[in-house]
Design a protein around this ligand. Structure first.
Ligand code: PRT
Ligand code: ZN
Length: 288
């Protein structure tokens, strides 16, 4: 039997659930994975390794896991030799500078000679160097947000999503250093194994079609024949929409696949043009 492709995903934490959901949406069945470090999919040549997110880039660099799912922040902070393949659209956050609410920071140069606490020293130091700023970077492994109130640092550089943690600690957002999301990364060392390469390409195709489907909606509506052309103009369809006859001869049904963001934008125009019974449904997969 040929070797299975190995994917590393976060064992527990913010990326675990969505990573598992992504594999599921690719039709991959993984059973009884609770409290296990290693599971083999029942219907695909894939082994799943459950790891701490900090360790995933190294496992992938060393080709112990051939691919992995990790935050871009973690991938860049580790600075290892792995190949980013695809942004996955979840785990979105920003690495930001957080400053005390009472402070003002209008220009990046005002960071000169300040002390900044962070768990992302590599990314922060690169950012400071790019902006030619001398500041002291203090590396903390957690609870970075309390550093200013303890007098350990003037400012912090940490991940922010809702901003609530900053607020709770009487801090506010300042400069944005990096926008991050979960990314599929790949080892540079398994491409010479044709079986693994084929399995990876098959998985990537499924991931791409699942991501495309997630951003799309299947919409259906009834429209008077007299406004058919006008309504087709309004629909930003991915492909030409389908027009179907109805038993009421004055009406036809239109089916189309559109970008999810557009649904609410076009809804009013569709109604004004005479469309009725507008339905939208999620799509599982799109193979274009
Ligand atoms: O145990 P393990 O090492 O695997 O997990 P971990 O605790 O290191 O990571 P985890 O699960 O917290 O985060 C995993 C990944 O999720 C990160 O590397 C990011 O890519 C992504 N992510 C998305 C976030 C956040 N959003 C986020 N808000 N990671 C951390 N946070 C933290 C942030 O550090 C701060 O403490 O949440 C707090 C801020 O959140 P808000 O909503 O209050 O702004
Ligand atoms: Zn971690």
């Amino acid at each position: 039997m040929s070797e299975n492709l190995k994917i590393a995903i976060q064992k527990k934490g913010r990326l675990n659930n969505k990573s598992m959901q992504l594999l599921k949406s690719c039709g991959i069945e993984i059973e009884n994975f609770q409290d296990r470090l290693f599971v083999t999919a029942s219907n695909f040549n894939l082994d799943v390794l459950f790891l701490r997110d900090d360790d995933i880039p190294e496992y992938v660099q060393e080709n112990v896991a051939h691919i992995g799912i990790v935050g871009e922040n973690e991938m860049l902070e580790k600075g290892l030799d792995v190949e980013p393949v695809k942004k996955l659209g979840f785990g979105k956050c920003s690495l930001m500078l957080g400053i005390p609410e009472k402070d003002e920071l209008n220009n990046i140069n005002e960071l000169e000679n300040k002390t900044i606490a962070t768990s992302y020293p590599r990314i922060l130091k690169n950012y400071l160097a790019e902006n030619k700023i001398n500041a002291k970077v203090i590396e903390l492994s957690g609870s970075v947000e309390i550093a200013p109130s303890l007098g350990v640092a003037d400012y912090i550089c940490d991940l922010v999503s809702s901003g609530n943690t900053l607020k709770l600690n009487k801090l506010k957002k300042s400069f944005n250093i990096l926008d991050s999301q979960a990314v599929l990364i790949k080892s540079k060392r398994f491409d010479n194994n044709p079986n693994l390469k084929r399995t990876f390409e098959k998985l990537l195709l499924r991931i791409e079609s699942s991501l495309k489907a997630r951003k799309s909606k299947y919409i259906m509506m009834n429209v008077p024949k007299s406004s058919l052309e006008q309504i087709i103009e309004i629909i930003p369809s991915l492909k030409s929409p389908t027009v179907l006859p109805l038993s009421n001869e004055g009406l036809v049904a239109i089916h189309a696949v559109i970008n999810e963001d557009k649904f609410w934008e076009i809804n009013e125009d569709l109604k004004k043009a005479g469309a009725s019974g507008i339905l939208s449904m999620p799509i599982e997969n799109i193979i274009l």
